[in-house]
Design a protein around this ligand. Structure first.
Ligand code: AMP
Length: 214
C-alpha cells in the first residue's frame, strides 16, 4: 500500500507515520528527516537545503524530488511506503505521480491530517527532539521524565531551529500558499481521506486505523 500523509506542520504526520510504519510493516519516508540527516552529515545536499530549512521555506523542488525518487527506487519500498512531508506543492505531486506511473504504481491513499492553527502552533513551539535517537517530546503534552533529557537514550533534547516562533509562522504561511492546494488535487483524484487531527495522537491513530479497515 502506498500512502501519503498530508497536513500542516504540527498536524502529527511524523508521529502517526512512525506508528503506522510499525503496524503496517512499511517504511516511513520523511523528507524532513532525510534532509536533517543530510544537514548534520554536512553533505552537499544538506548544505544547499539548510539555508531554506532555517528560514522555514521549501527546499527547491529538483533537490527534494531527486532525493525522494532515489529513495523510492530502494528495495524496501517496493511493497509499499508511508510518505511524510512530500509532496509539498503541485509540481512535486505531479513528479510523484510520474515516478510511480513509470513503475506501474499509484498512490492508494492520501491521508489528510486536518489540525487547526492554534493546535499546531502549540505543538510545534513545545516540541523537543532528542539529538541522539531523534525521539520527540513536548514540554507540556509529553514531557520527558527528566528536564531536557531523552527518556529512551538519555541524549540531550533540543528545540529545532525551525520550531522557533517566527519560523513556525513562516512555515504555516508556506503551507497555506503552496501545500494546502494539494487537498483539492488529491480530492479530484478520489484518493483523499480526511481525519481531524486536533486530538491527542492515540485518538487520531484510532481514527486512522478504522479508516484503513474500510
Ligand atoms: P518537516 O520536518 O516535514 O516539517 O520539514 C522540515 C523542512 O524541510 C521544511 O520546512 C522544508 O524546509 C524542508 N522540506 C521537507 N520536505 C520538503 C519538500 N517536500 N519540499 C521542500 N522542502 C521540504
Amino acid at each position: 500500500m502506498n500512502i501519503v500523509l498530508l497536513g500542516p506542520p504540527g498536524a502529527g504526520k511524523g508521529t502517526q507515520a512512525k506508528v503506522l510504519s510499525e503496524k503496517l510493516s512499511m517504511p516511513h519516508i520523511s523528507t524532513g528527516d532525510i534532509l536533517r540527516q543530510n544537514v548534520s552529515r554536512g553533505s552537499d545536499l544538506g548544505k544547499q537545503a539548510n539555508e531554506y530549512m532555517e528560514k522555514g521555506e521549501l527546499v527547491p523542488d529538483e533537490l527534494v524530488t531527486t532525493m525522494v525518487i532515489n529513495r523510492l527506487n530502494e528495495p524496501d519500498v517496493q511493497k509499499g511506503f508511508i510518505l511524510d512531508g512530500y509532496p509539498r506543492n503541485i509540481l512535486q505531486a505531479e513528479s510523484l505521480d510520474k515516478a510511480l506511473h513509470s513503475k506501474k504504481k499509484d498512490l492508494d491513499l492520501v491521508l489528510y491530517l486536518d489540525a487547526t492553527e492554534p493546535v499546531v502552533v502549540q505543538r510545534l513551539s513545545g516540541r523537543r527532539v532528542c539529538g541522539q535517537c531523534g525521539a520527540n517530546f513536548h514540554v507540556t503534552n509529553m514531557p520527558p521524565r527528566l528536564d531536557s533529557v531523552c527518556d529512551n537514550c538519555q541524549g540531550a533534547l533540543y528545540q529545532r531551529n525551525d520550531d522557533k516562533k517566527e519560523t513556525i509562522k513562516k512555515r504555516l504561511k508556506v503551507y497555506l500558499q503552496k501545500t494546502r492546494s494539494l487537498i483539492d488535487y488529491y480530492r479530484n483524484k478520489s484518493n483523499l481521506s480526511c481525519v481531524s487531527a486536533d486530538e491527542d495522537a492515540p485518538v487520531v491513530l484510532d481514527k486512522i486505523m478504522n479508516l484503513l479497515k474500510k
